[in-house]
Design a protein around this ligand. Structure first.
Ligand code: 3EB
Length: 362
């Protein structure tokens, strides 16, 4: 599609209900935009751009855009040419610290960067370098609380010296959090760690001045307590973070897979893994107490991101999701490797919770 972008099409495509924008002043929200709409993506009185995440051959024009831009070297699988626009209803300031491009608005900070390999550097050293920078930035900037981190690393299932690259990644990340005195059952962000094509460790993240609430899944052993069989240092992430910014509650859901306890279920069965993953996501949503929400209630302002190891599983993934989700809930499908070799897929999400419920009195 090469239709010219009309002025105003950017705001029109945000689908923000007037009712909501009248009540709430979200410091951060995600919109999936057609790549073509990006040309019209400029800050207005009502909307500012925190950053943009592209996929595939999205132009790495990060140097020109005023906001952080990161392109993930992953194919999107269902032909939608979309990108993630991280937006704010508050004015945004841009900066750079230790090579991290960032945007902040008094409540939250969005950052992104790509760390290229240095010669002879191990995956754990590079990861440690990346996380030390992030933790330095959040401490120095006052946006002390990491909310959500997305990690994309090459050859995630590759092995060297008896350890998989993902295990080495976990070593470096764990060390950085430990050095920063993180309390693992209170301070850990939600996360995803996905294998993606090119060289370079690509990370984007959200941090906030106010702490979110770390949420775990009662069906799963917390990842930071996984037993040693999965690696010398456990994965440092929470299952979700619940935040409240500008009066709006959001749930940032980590990459979620077909793991119960600490074991992979349904190896070699993509359909089975998909259903188990949805049960896990629902279990996390059930932890929200009075704000709990059913998967089929996620609406147009939420989003799920599905990573498939094999593109031939797109059909079954789409079918099962269509049977489970409300049709208005946006879903994007990407080809990416999952950190455990026996996992075929993983699903993450952003859930906006402050939908006004009639009679419930928010
Ligand atoms: C799991 O539950 C699946 O290391 O940051 C999911 C989300 C997974 C994040 C990470 C790993 C990570 O263990 C893998």
């Amino acid at each position: 599609m090469t239709a010219p972008v009309r002025k105003g099409s950017f705001e029109a495509s945000l689908a923000v209900s007037p009712q909501r924008s009248a009540r709430l002043d979200p410091a951060v929200y995600l919109a999936l935009l057609p790549v073509e709409a990006l040309g019209g993506l400029t800050n207005t009185e009502r909307v500012s751009v925190l950053g943009v995440i592209g996929f595939d051959d999205f132009p790495e024009s990060g140097a020109n855009a005023p906001y952080p831009v990161l392109t993930l070297p992953m194919s999107s699988l269902d032909g939608q040419k979309l990108c993630e626009a991280w937006l704010s209803s508050k004015p945004v300031t841009y900066g750079e610290h230790l090579g991290i491009r960032c945007a902040f608005n008094g409540e939250i900070l969005f950052g992104s960067f790509c760390l290229r390999e240095q010669e002879q550097e191990s995956v754990e050293t590079r990861t440690h370098r990346a996380y030390s920078r992030i933790l330095d930035l959040v401490r120095y900037s006052g946006y002390t609380h990491l909310v959500r981190v997305w990690n994309y690393l090459p050859r995630i299932n590759g092995e060297s010296g008896g350890l998989e690259n993902y295990q080495r990644f976990c070593l470096g990340r764990h060390q950085a959090f430990a050095e920063a005195d993180y309390v693992f059952d209170r301070d850990l962000p939600a996360a995803s760690a996905i294998g993606a094509g090119a060289e370079g460790l690509r990370i984007y993240f959200l941090a906030a001045r106010a702490p979110g609430r770390q949420i775990e899944n009662p069906r799963q052993v917390s990842a930071y307590r996984y037993p040693l069989q999965y690696g010398p240092r456990s994965p440092s992430f929470s299952r979700a973070t619940l935040t409240e910014f500008g009066g709006e509650r959001q749930l940032f859901l980590s990459g979620t897979a077909s793991i119960v306890g600490h074991e992979t279920l349904h190896p070699e069965d993509a359909g089975g893994q998909l259903l188990e993953t949805l049960i896990n996501i629902q279990a996390v949503l059930n932890e929200l107490g009075r704000s709990r929400i059913k998967l089929d209630e996620l609406g147009a302002d939420c989003m799920l991101k599905v990573y498939l190891r094999h593109r031939e599983h797109l059909g079954i993934a789409k079918k099962y999701l269509a049977e489970t989700l409300h049709p208005s809930c946006p879903v994007i499908f990407l080809q990416g490797d999952i950190c455990r070799r026996d996992l075929l897929l993983e699903i993450e999400g952003v859930v906006r919770l402050s939908r006004p419920h009639p009679g419930l009195g928010r």
